[in-house]
Design a protein around this ligand. Structure first.
Ligand SMILES: C[S@@+](CC[C@H](N)C(=O)[O-])C[C@H]1O[C@@H](n2cnc3c(N)ncnc32)[C@H](O)[C@@H]1O
Length: 348
């Protein structure tokens, strides 16, 4: 029961539990993908191809003109089954074949059980394609790069903390018979150190999530591999100068199971997603430490505007099925994904 989660310690940090539930041998993100209408949740690329087209347009009009090298590494992080990369490449190949010819395409997906599906989905690009489980296994890249990801940072593991009467506590978990329960303990030195390093504000009795060590890991890995790149990140959340980025004292951590949201972390273990909002202020401060400069921050709705895809939407609407306008609405409407999701762009 619970694999080796409690083999070495009776109590473990919340982040170790999330790591077990999502990334252990039988973890949620090690099985087949549940990102679908019949699965647990949808993401923007699984709603409509137009999402990928907007990233393609952004690359063609805003990133490519500043690329100097003859080839460009074109990398997606957390690619799942490759649906997003497929729509991005489809649009670049169709509208700008001369740019497409310069791309070295790389998909990073930790779940190697999905690699066959990625290769199948992207078979029309197979000559220029690398699929890998980790950034570490790539060789150093000495040409310009464009890295993008959707809902990658919200899938990383995180700790949960709370300040009470001036003392920082962390959520730990322990096994009680056949289930897991939470307890609060004074935070360990490493967590206290991270909170002090980033120095955002804390409100007493408000839980907050702390995934910052994971953020640092991926910025470090990418800046080790690439000397020049633009990094486009899309995720849910917002900027906040507070560690907690929502008015809810519980924080933003939650589970997704069959399109229902809950806070039942210890039900359906390994069968449901566990996630939290991205605090883009924290993300940006973390990126800065590795030499990345923030060059843009937009809501998803505004990103669609700056990518100038309005004409494309009108053109596509005439050829698509009746679901198309509804799907576009989901991606752009303020109370659907349009304002909940943000794009942040960094460059080195
Ligand atoms: C929430 S899903 C998003 C999938 C896809 N980007 C989308 O928008 O539909 C997160 C994906 O990131 C992958 N992932 C998580 N951690 C990863 C890591 N360290 N390296 C590569 N992929 C990772 C997961 O396996 C999963 O496929």
């Amino acid at each position: 029961m619970f694999g080796d989660l409690f083999n070495y310690r009776k109590k473990v940090p919340f982040s170790s539990f999330v790591n077990y539930a999502l990334y252990s041998k039988n973890g949620y993100y090690q099985g087949e993908s549940k990102i679908s209408r019949n699965g647990d949740f949808l993401t923007s690329p699984s709603i409509s191809k137009i999402y990928g087209y907007s990233i393609a347009e952004f690359f063609i009009s805003k990133v490519f003109p500043n690329c100097k090298s003859s080839k460009i590494s074109f990398l997606e992080l957390g690619a799942n089954t490759g649906v997003l990369m497929l729509s991005v490449l489809e649009h670049i190949k169709e509208t700008s074949p001369e740019i497409y010819a310069k791309l070295d395409i790389i998909l990073i997906e930790q779940n190697s059980r999905l690699h066959k599906e990625i290769l199948k989905n992207l078979k029309s690009h197979s000559g220029v394609l690398t699929v890998s489980s980790s950034i570490e296994s790539l060789k150093d890249i000495d040409q310009d790069g464009f890295v993008f990801c959707n809902e990658f940072f919200d899938a990383l593991i995180f700790d949960r903390c709370i300040l009470k009467e001036g003392i920082l506590y962390q959520v730990n978990v322990e096994q009680k018979e056949n289930t897991i329960i939470e307890c609060l303990d004074v935070a360990d030195e490493a967590l206290i150190g991270k909170v002090a390093e980033y120095g955002l504000e804390m409100r007493e009795d408000f839980y907050f999530e702390l995934p910052v060590r994971e953020y640092e890991k991926y910025f470090e890995l990418l800046t080790d591999k690439f000397s020049r790149f633009v990094f486009l990140i899309n995720d849910y959340g917002d900027k906040s100068n507070w560690f907690h980025s929502s008015p809810d004292p519980f924080g933003t951590s939650r589970c997704f199971f069959e399109h229902e949201v809950s806070r039942d972390f210890f039900n359906n273990i390994c069968k449901q997603d566990i996630t939290c909002d991205v605090n883009f202020t924290l993300l940006s401060l973390s990126a800065e430490r590795y030499g990345l400069s923030e060059i843009g921050f937009f809501s998803q709705a505004s990103f669609f505007l700056i990518s100038e895809i309005a004409n494309l939407i009108i053109k596509l609407e005439q050829n698509h099925d009746s679901k198309f306008p509804d799907d576009i609405k989901k991606l752009i409407s303020p109370n659907l994904l349009g304002e909940k999701f943000k794009f942040i762009i960094f460059e080195v």
